[in-house]
Design a protein around this ligand. Sequence first.
Ligand SMILES: Cc1cc2nc3c(=O)[nH]c(=O)nc-3n(C[C@H](O)[C@H](O)[C@H](O)COP(=O)(O)OP(=O)(O)OC[C@H]3O[C@@H](n4cnc5c(N)ncnc54)[C@H](O)[C@@H]3O)c2cc1C
Length: 562
Amino acid sequence: MATGRRNVRIDGVTPLTRFAARWTIRTAMETYDYIVVGAGSAGAVVANRLSADARNKVLLLEAGRPSHPWSRIPVGYAKLLTNPAANWLYSSEPEPATNGRRIPVPRGKLLGGSSSINGQAFVRGQAQDFDTWAQMGNYGWSYEDVLPLFKRMESYRGGGDNRYRGREGPILVNDPSPADEVFARIIQAAGQVGIRHNPDYNGAQQDGIAMSQANIARGRRQSTATCYLDPIRQRPNLRIQTDALTEAVLLEGTRCVGVRYSVGGTVHEAKAAREVVVSAGAINSPQLLELSGIGQADRLQALGIEVRHALPGVGENLRDHYAPRTRWAIGKKGITFNDRGRGLGLVGQALRYLLQRPSLLSMVGAPMRAFVKSREGLEAPDLLLGWVPMLTEPGPKGPKISTQSGMTCYAHPMRPESKGRIHITAADPRKPPAINFNFLSAEIDAELTVKAVRIARSIMTAPALRDWQVTEIAPGTDRQTDDEIIDWVKRAGETTYHPVGTCKMGTDPMAVVDPELRVHGISGLRVADASIMPTLTSGNTNAPSIMIGEKAADLILRSATA
Ligand SMILES: Cc1cc2nc3c(=O)[nH]c(=O)nc-3n(C[C@H](O)[C@H](O)[C@H](O)COP(=O)(O)OP(=O)(O)OC[C@H]3O[C@@H](n4cnc5c(N)ncnc54)[C@H](O)[C@@H]3O)c2cc1C
């Protein structure tokens, strides 16, 4: 590292660092062993593990800010959903399955990335997800292979089986209590329609209804910024540069030798003696490859970008969970957080939070979830239902608690087969790429979405909830046929913010990285984040993205010693 800035732990845009940045570029090109682009769920982990060896000089570049006050408080995620200070605020292109709407695609833009703004539900997915990846030719990614990584990254504070759960990792994971009536009754109602209570869906079996395990401890979010970066900020061999937009990876022939990035309008170049790891997430990783001349040749040429390496899969294979929110009015008072989280109730919730008691402020995004099979005979569940014990409505600063008392339950297939794409529309790194989800283009996705909505209906109308005086608001009792339900989904559906797959791992012609996450055809360049998932995992995607960071670090360190 030739910068002489070893005593600076986090660099951001201040008048002083702006001066220092100019000085740096004029005097020397910085050289590191490894450069990691993006300090999100995966990138922060990669930087931590690589810099654990003091001989490795590591540069971690993050386009966003160091932190945001709302990021630490669990409920703050609602405040960050529409906040440009910590969110890229992307949106999708209009398409038939969204009835021509653009739908929001929030992404974290700060240390910790989306793990600093997400709903904090901690879900690994199923053993079958990873076994499927392995069967697709990705050796080293079966559940047996990745289970030790899932264990290594967590300190699970619930019960469960030590064969599956880790107790000493950096991320604290807790089970919210199911004792509150609002949750206990839904567990009972699910039981009445044949869905069993399974407290540890991250253990041996995923099936059943459970409280959402949460990466929240002592009322604080457990992001990769707090769990993987905060404890190592003093490492002299790690430089974390925030407010640094990486504009391209630098290539010499087919070897990646570094990156170009800008801080406060000043352009820098940094060299990587060993490798560059792109961990910019499922939206920005393919964007960065395309800006660097790696992607579909025709598309790049049309934008005036020199094709450095034709790779047709870049930006393809986009998958996400398209999830309609069913909405229910609850007549009985005192049950929902619409009754308990407004006015004086909110003061009470704040006091409970300060006393570290269960509170709305420390609540995981959707505190209860059910993993359900759409039909008898399936090996594993294929549908997810998630409950939020209140109704919300859009407000100028993000969703706000509605005055009407009720409950929201989203319902969707977990492994959608519809595939979309993300591509740049200009050679300008500041211009958002076009996001085309192509939702419901696979018939099975529409069929399973209808089934999921019908299961939500059956639970919400089960005898255990009868005295709550439940009334269906959406889709509404007038929508009964499959076509009517799908019509509503198209008008109202949103995602659960899980885009993946745009730099797919594999060995087929559309794969972008190989099973060791090396970009096909380019040496010294890997991608490690949610974009490498060949298929969407069965559930939320933060824990699998962190696991990918852990795996990437192992692969990089192993190849360095080989
Ligand atoms: C609102 C929301 C709620 C969610 N809820 C949950 C949940 O409850 N549970 C769950 O498991 N998952 C949830 N997710 C999904 C989960 O958080 C993501 O799948 C996961 O964080 C993705 O990790 P990643 O490493 O791929 O990308 P990210 O964590 O998004 O990291 C990418 C990082 O790269 C940076 N970056 C991008 N481009 C550049 C560039 N050119 N130069 C430098 N830096 C760059 C970004 O600023 C960001 O910090 C949610 C996501 C969102 C947005």
